[in-house]
Design a protein around this ligand. Sequence first.
Ligand code: SAM
Length: 322
Amino acid sequence: MGARISRLDLDGVAALKTGSPRRSSDSERRKSAEEKVNGHAHAHRDDNPKFDIPRNLEGIPRLEVQHYLMRYLYQGNFKSPVQETLNAGHARVLDLGCGAGTWAIEVAKEFPSAEVTGVDITNFFPSDVTTPNVNFIEHNFQERKRLPFDDNTFDLVHMRFLLADVKEEDYQNTLIPELVRVTKPDGWIELLEFDVQHYSEGPVIRRLTNALSKHLQSKGYNPSISDNLPRYLKQTNLVGTVHQFDKAIPLGHWAGRVGDLAIEDLSILFLDTNELPQSMGITEEEYQHLIEVYKEEVEERKTFFRTHRFFGQKFNKLSEKS
Ligand SMILES: C[S@@+](CC[C@H](N)C(=O)[O-])C[C@H]1O[C@@H](n2cnc3c(N)ncnc32)[C@H](O)[C@@H]1O
């Protein structure tokens, strides 16, 4: 796996932990300038307004906190070089498995002349969206494999963290080909996934992550799907070079605020995986105790896990494929 990592860093973590120039007294003063977006207070800082983690995340759903973490660590909502296209007018963006739509709404705000569509099986879409250029569609792509869009519709197609929702065979045989089908020639497809495996593990971390991996595999999900995503994109024969950008996410207070948020996020993920105690052959109480020990171990070991961002451009002409 190490050989596959093209860029991996903990830079953003150091900035948040030790206090970077962005945490200047100027920005402290500006923090009072908070805007209300989707009913949540989002810290607004002029020096880096888009990519900071909001100060007050109390009561904000897990997926949204996760979104801010990713946006901070990758310093942006995507890496594909599509800014110009999205600013040119009439561009279209798709976010598949958009959850509560945070990513879609932010991209719509950032590119007001683009039209952003979020698709999800569950209708958790915010009802109070005031952004006019975002819309949401309820669609279950496991049930209806064909996405409800014409070929060559979108300039940017984005999908993030569906590893535990989509079986590997569906990623390979239907989902990735569908994402590419609905992308315009010269458009970009961008995927962000995490690995269940942790690094700098202790025995309890290893026990829990191995159990989660086995559990996911037993249902047809691949806990290391990111190993295969570049290949699945290329297998469509419609995508050229797949670029990769990786980030390590530290777990625990040793890594400052990022680590605090990340360990909270992963603890909830473990706690929410209801079937895991049974598949590990332990009681609920034993399982909860293991999660407490897991939280201690990540501090002792300075544990982290990895996320991977892939982005590739759809060919424009058939001749470009060769
Ligand atoms: C872990 S969440 C990630 C949400 C979002 N991409 C994010 O990063 O915040 C996975 C999302 O995939 C959606 N999902 C799962 N299975 C789906 C399906 N068959 N069709 C459409 N959406 C699905 C879930 O409802 C959930 O919102």
